[in-house]
Design a protein around this ligand. Structure first.
Ligand SMILES: [Zn+2]
Length: 186
């Protein structure tokens, strides 16, 4: 599966994270070995046979870069046309069939006219939920998945699983709560 996804040009990045979610070890901090905020170690202590193995991080964030996935939408002429549906469809006055019919969307268009002018610019929705791996209900460990969906195309497309991109899997063991921002800044 990893090889198949790689050949499709859809990479998966593994980014070391601090076990309590204080920070990610990436960009300027990629070589740090201790958390900038609480000073805890990045790697698990090596014991016995582990001494010769690669160091193991307490937590790993799986990041599936969004940009190449969005670019692939424009590699199909049909889908590329649907990506402009939000601006080209007609909705009856007073009814709502798509997020582009609501006032907030129109307000954003007025606030950022340069962005709105290019109809192919992508509007995204983001949702997050926790899940317990291997159906181990009652266990304390959970992952948090971040799913992003483009709101440009017609409702039947942007609400289908094909257009919902799993972008991040945030490691547990518990709800990251407000520290979820540390991961979303990625
Ligand atoms: Zn920390």
């Amino acid at each position: 599966m990893k090889k198949l996804v790689k050949d499709l040009g859809l990479p998966v990045e593994k980014i070391h994270a601090y076990k309590n979610g204080c920070m990610l070890y990436w960009n300027d901090d990629v070589d740090l070995e201790y958390c900038n905020f609480c000073g805890d170690a990045r790697y698990k202590p090596a014991r016995g046979r582990d001494l010769h193995r690669k160091k193991s991080s307490y937590a790993i964030l799986r990041y599936l870069p969004l940009t190449p996935r969005l670019q692939r939408l424009y590699s199909s002429k049909v889908i590329a046309e649907h990506m402009m549906w939000h601006a080209t469809h007609q909705t009856e006055e007073g009814s709502m069939c798509h997020p582009s019919d609501i006032e907030v969307w129109k307000h954003l268009d007025r606030m950022y006219p340069n962005f709105a002018e290019e109809l192919r610019n992508v509007r995204l929705g983001l949702c997050i939920d926790g899940f317990v791996p291997h159906c181990q209900y009652g266990r304390t460990y959970s992952f948090w998945s971040v799913i992003i969906t483009p709101y440009n195309p017609l409702p039947s497309m942007c609400m289908s699983s094909k257009y919902m991109f799993m972008t991040m899997v945030i490691p547990g063991p518990s709800n990251p709560k407000c520290l979820i921002d540390v991961h979303l800044n990625r």
